[in-house]
Design a protein around this ligand. Structure first.
Ligand SMILES: NC(=O)c1ccc[n+]([C@@H]2O[C@H](COP(=O)([O-])OP(=O)(O)OC[C@H]3O[C@@H](n4cnc5c(N)ncnc54)[C@H](O)[C@@H]3O)[C@@H](O)[C@H]2O)c1
Length: 396
């Protein structure tokens, strides 16, 4: 068996490495030449525990090789980005262009699996692209959707052990994909159909977004009421059927901050709570910015000079290097743009294209105001009783 994987990012590369580790030949494809070079040296371009060892192993054993073009294979997996455009409209152009790249290589009895998080109906669009270009494959090219639900930082374990939902455009496609995932997934495989599987992924992330929005809304209410929201949540969670999440700076990442829009965009009238949760979580970030700015103004009034502000954490969650849609990055960039003296700290990246990254100790020493934006393990040593103004937005 040979597998082609389109897109070697946070999802495609670990998937490629896991499949290759089962002694299956994997032909990885990415349009980014730099990524290809790194992978073919047995190295990785993202931070993910245990991934480099696995990639190094499968590349040196010749089960994984990366290319810029696809090849003939038995199974094709598409794991390319699905961002949204400025008006929150889903952008499936990466999927469409990956599909077009595959057209010349497809043969009878091949299986194509879409893993990218996608608006409902995308797998059917994919099928139309293939069947229009290659009508002779209409009866025997199988197409399925199988979304990813891994946790960054635990991707290798979860890829293998999480349950998966598989939905084909017809029963045979579902079965073919089921058989394929059975080769390397130990979690339970749940057969469904394409639309339900697509919606399932969107619903999972919308559920998380709505629950975080509830916690974030509580943090605003409690701030006004003079109540410690973290203590309150701990107490409320003693109720046997209550499980409130932790508030933070907002919601980021390529999934939870993006996928709910795929539902809102297509079901505007019906998706009131999902839409509202997006607004609450975005508002929380703005609220954090305003809080810091109020403190800066007070500091200037009192001391007659601008304070320096250490912003601890830039990624969208703790202990990873991913800054996509990161509210912490948004807070930091906004303060810098508005001319404040900001000392950004991010232990998980070496440098950033437009932000100077400071060493933790240097920033905390120099700063007048310390703002905890992400709960990285490196920040747990912080002394919250230090004689400085400290904002703890992560609940340390
Ligand atoms: N990162 C996660 O934790 C996560 C979890 C679940 C689902 N997803 C979904 O998985 C999909 C991929 O996400 P990701 O985080 O791996 O993205 P990513 O940006 O890390 O990687 C995508 C890769 O695809 C490449 N690419 C773009 N167009 C291509 C093409 N035509 N052919 C080949 N390669 C191409 C890009 O260069 C990039 O390296 C998205 O739909 C995302 O929503 C991601």
């Amino acid at each position: 068996m040979k597998v082609v994987i389109m897109g070697l990012g946070y999802i495609g590369l670990p998937t490629a490495a896991l499949i290759a580790s089962k002694n299956i030949e994997v032909h990885g494809v990415d349009i980014n030449n730099g990524i290809i070079e790194i992978i073919n040296k047995g190295k990785i371009h993202i931070t993910e525990p245990d991934l480099e060892g696995l990639v190094s192993y499968v590349v040196s054993n010749k089960y994984l090789k990366a290319y810029t073009e696809p090849a003939k294979a038995d199974v094709f997996i598409i794991a390319v980005p699905t961002p949204f455009k400025n008006d929150n409209q889903p952008d499936i152009s990466y999927i469409e262009s990956a599909a077009k790249m595959l057209i010349p290589y497809l043969e009878k009895e091949n299986l194509v699996i879409l893993e990218s998080t996608s608006p409902v109906g995308t797998t059917e669009i994919l099928a139309d692209i293939f069947y229009q270009a290659r009508p002779e494959l209409k009866e025997n090219l199988y197409i399925s959707y199988c979304p990813e639900r891994v946790l960054p930082g635990k991707v290798i374990y979860e890829l293998e052990h999480n349950d998966r939902v598989i939905g084909g455009i017809n029963e045979k496609s579902t079965q073919k994909a089921y058989d394929f995932y059975s080769l390397f997934v130990k979690g339970e495989l749940h057969k469904s159909e394409a639309k339900t599987a697509e919606m399932c992924k969107l619903v999972e992330n919308s559920y998380r977004d709505v629950n975080i929005a509830f916690a974030n809304e509580l943090s605003l209410i409690c701030d006004k009421a003079g109540i410690d929201v973290y203590k309150l949540i701990n107490l409320a969670n003693r109720h046997p059927r209550v499980k409130i999440l932790k508030p933070g700076v907002g919601v980021g990442g390529h999934c939870i901050a993006v996928d709910p829009w795929f539902i809102v965009h297509d079901y505007k009238e019906e998706s009131k709570i999902i839409r509202c949760a997006r607004d609450v979580n975005n508002y929380k970030t703005q609220w954090v910015i305003n809080k810091i700015k109020e403190e800066i103004t007070l500091f200037i009034d009192k001391n007659g000079r601008k304070p320096s502000v250490a912003c601890l954490g830039l990624t969208f969650k703790a202990d990873i290097d991913d800054m996509r849609e990161s509210p912490a990055l948004n807070v930091t960039k906004t303060l810098i743009k508005e001319g404040h003296d900001v000392l950004p700290v991010e232990p998980n990246i070496r440098n950033h294209k437009d932000i100077k990254i400071y060493d933790y100790n240097e920033a905390v020493d120099k700063a007048d105001i310390i703002v905890l934006l992400v709960g990285h393990k490196e920040f747990k040593k912080i002394d919250l009783n230090v004689n400085k103004i400290v904002f703890d937005f992560v609940g340390f």
